[in-house]
Design a protein around this ligand. Structure first.
Ligand code: ADP
Ligand code: MG
Length: 678
């Protein structure tokens, strides 16, 4: 199908507007489904209208005036047969509307009635003057649209599309019967012009067969494309990496601890993957503190033993730097060159690293996404390790994918992928789980404390430090302004210093130079700094086992994943650890829900599951950054039964009916294929 394929006349100007809605052919038009419906099938007497429910009234204009205070607005007074008066209020209006609403005219207005300043009113109702047309016979669909393309025009185009659409279902009849799903064309016609016996409430139910059909098709398309991507990957080529163990053995000997059996299992799984001639695509998932770093270091060791380069990428500079320091410590002593690359690396140093990566003298490179900028090339990259993978945006993941389609990839995350996502967007990902914490950890006690009781918390800080332990104090997230956030952190240090003069209080924040941050972290690790005040830069990866108290200010502003990560910075040693979540009233419902979850749960998996419930899947996928809606119709949690059906069907179709697969994918994924499986 060509990009602008309409079997009926559509002007070039209209085509351009449709393109903005991602509508490029007749099928796109037909799949452009209503956001909601309006009921213009009957008239409600003004006297009977209840607040908050949209109604259509029919009335005569009895007065019109433009007011200028408190702001310019058009006020139209109307009266209907019930004798009741209603005010129609327009804050934006055109001269044509004034004419349309001239005194004496009979009009219909659709909107919600509410009690306003002037009395009962409708603000910006939808006005109809074609009352001789009679009432609509079915509910009126309302579509997402763009400037310059009004609802009636879009509705006409869609109706034309439905007339011209061939009855060409992608799924065979017998299959639809088995699945108890209606044909596609029938479903589309139903949703675009619902039969009069259905109410708005009915139509908004996702359980209607017509909706089920659309959701199923969408989920099936996704399952098919994920499976095909997997097949593609398994057919692809990558160097088989297997080492002789000379680096990894020494690395393990020098560690000072033995791997947990979960870590051992994970590294074995990775080892098996690396020895294959197709690219690994594996997620190493383990709660904060479960010990993912050493596992990925052992994977890196295997690649280096095999004579290949490894890139380790982390989402923030401070986390990347922690990895860099660890890798330095573990590998440099064995004569392996470890490089560092981030946005703040000076030009000269960057050039040197760039050269060494290109000629192969540098075996390990640690850094931020700066590692995958266009001008960086590797001599023989064999393995890419991505920490906190879900925190990278889709664009960055794409860049990485393009650089390394033929290299092994190991992703790491403390945020478990909820089951529904694992079955859908991450279907082409093998997962190793570290489900066991290293021995000797004590559970963290979490407390929710109103910020009015800050002084008690300061006492607790003092008490903790007297016992020889250390404290993190995390300053509030201030999204609007980094400067303000920094100011708050500086104030906090001053305030704590005043309250606890005998303690040594340090500060770390995002604006500091890398060397300064490293100095502060080193002082905290050595115990010279007892209380570390931090902006959220310490969120990931920081590892100081002697720290046993974490105070988080304005915890209500933070997301669940972030809170869980932060809390995971304590409880790493043998001392009983606490996390105090300071909150300020009033709390939004969302904030309350989050605080309850973090208070009641310590298991990262459960927290992530509840997070998904609260937020929806977009954030896990990085969809927010990309702006690409991942699923238009289906909802992974609500539509789990459909997802399961689609998942079972996909392999059968791929094996037995490849022509069906092709057709189905073409209809559903034309423009979005690039984003799937990233
Ligand atoms: P995360 O999975 O959150 O990245 P890290 O890899 O930073 O966790 O490990 C957390 C801490 O646990 C580190 O101090 C690390 O040295 C330590 N650690 C990792 N594995 C073990 C183990 N098997 N026994 C004891 N300590 C371990
Ligand atoms: Mg980590």
């Amino acid at each position: 199908m060509s990009t602008a394929d309409f079997p009926f006349p559509v002007s070039t100007a209209t085509q351009a507007k449709l393109a903005k809605l991602n509508i490029n052919n007749i099928w796109d038009l037909a799949l452009h489904l209503p956001l909601r419906y309006e009921d213009e099938t009957h008239i409600t007497p003004i006297a009977d209208a209840r607040a908050g429910i949209p109604v259509q009234i029919e009335a005569t204009v009895i007065h019109q005036q433009i007011q200028f205070r408190p702001r310019k607005q058009l006020i139209v007074q109307v009266q209907d047969l019930s004798g009741h008066v209603l005010y129609l209020r327009f804050i934006h209006f055109y001269p044509s509307q004034q004419k349309q609403l001239a005194e004496g005219k009979v009009i219909r207005a659709l909107g919600e009635i509410r009690h306003g300043f002037f009395g009962d009113e409708m603000v910006h109702p939808k006005i109809r003057t074609d009352i001789e047309q009679g009432l609509s016979e079915s509910l009126t669909p309302v579509y997402p649209t763009v400037n310059g393309l009004n609802q009636p025009a879009l509705r006409r185009l869609i109706q034309a599309a439905l007339k011209h659409l061939p009855d060409d279902d992608t799924l065979p009849d017998e299959l639809l019967q088995q699945l108890h799903l209606p044909p596609l064309l029938q479903s589309l016609k139903f949703l675009h012009s619902p039969p009069p016996e259905y109410s708005i409430q009915d139509l908004h139910q996702g359980t209607l067969p017509a909706w089920q059909r659309l959701k199923f098709d969408e989920l099936l398309a996704q399952q098919l494309s994920m499976r095909l991507a997997r097949q593609q990957r398994l057919k692809g080529h990558a160097a088989a990496l297997s080492g002789n163990g000379h680096i990894s053995k020494l690395l393990q000997t020098n560690l000072g601890f033995a791997l947990t059996s979960a870590q051992q299992r994970a590294i074995n799984e990775i080892k098996t993957d690396l020895a294959q001639t197709h690219p690994m695509h594996r997620l190493l998932q383990g709660d904060v503190g479960s010990g993912k770093t050493i596992v990925c270091a052992l994977a890196a060791a295997i690649a280096v033993e095999a004579g290949f380069q490894v890139a380790i990428m982390a989402p923030t500079e401070i986390l990347a730097e922690q990895h860099y320091l660890k890798f330095q410590q573990w590998f440099a002593s064995q004569g392996i060159t470890v490089g560092w690359l981030s946005g703040s690396v000076r030009k000269k140093a960057r050039e040197k690293t760039k050269t060494e990566l290109a000629n192969g003298t540098m075996q390990l490179a640690v850094g931020t996404h700066a590692l995958f900028q266009e001008d960086i090339s590797f001599h023989n990259l064999g393995l890419v390790i991505v920490d906190e993978q879900h925190r990278f945006g889709v664009a960055q993941r794409l860049a990485l994918k393009n650089k390394g389609s033929d290299v092994h990839q190991l992703m790491m995350s403390a945020t478990p992928i909820p089951r529904t996502l694992a079955m859908s967007f991450f279907a082409d990902l093998d997962v190793s789980v570290i489900d066991e914490l290293p021995p000797g950890r004590t559970p963290i006690v979490t407390r929710l404390v109103n910020s009015t009781r800050r002084q008690e918390v300061e006492k607790l800080v003092q008490h903790t430090c007297i016992q020889g332990r250390q404290v993190y104090w995390v300053c509030p997230l201030i999204e609007e302004s980094e400067t303000l956030q920094l100011q708050t952190a500086v104030d906090t240090v001053a305030q704590l210093q005043l309250a606890l003069p005998q303690l040594n209080i340090g500060l770390i924040h995002g604006r500091m130079k890398s060397t300064e941050k490293a100095e502060v972290m080193a002082a905290f690790a050595a115990g010279t700094i007892q209380v570390l005040v931090a902006t959220t830069v310490i969120e990931v990866g920081v590892d100081v086992p002697n720290a046993s108290l974490m105070v988080i200010e304005h915890a209500e502003r933070m997301g669940l994943a972030q809170l869980h990560q932060l809390r995971g910075r304590v409880g790493r040693g043998s001392a009983a650890s606490r996390c105090v979540l300071l909150f300020s009233e009033p709390l939004s419902d969302l904030a309350k829900a989050r605080l309850k979850v973090i208070y009641e749960n310590t298991d990262g998996f459960e927290i992530a599951r509840q997070d998904l419930n609260i937020r929806g899947p977009g954030e896990f996928l990085g969809a927010r950054q990309s702006g690409v809606p991942m699923l238009r119709f289906a909802n992974l949690e609500e539509d789990l039964p459909l997802l399961e059906k689609a998942r079972n069907l996909a392999p059968l179709l791929i094996n037995q009916q490849p022509q069906v697969v092709r057709k189905h994918l073409q209809r559903w994924l034309a423009q979005r294929a690039a984003y799937l499986g990233v």
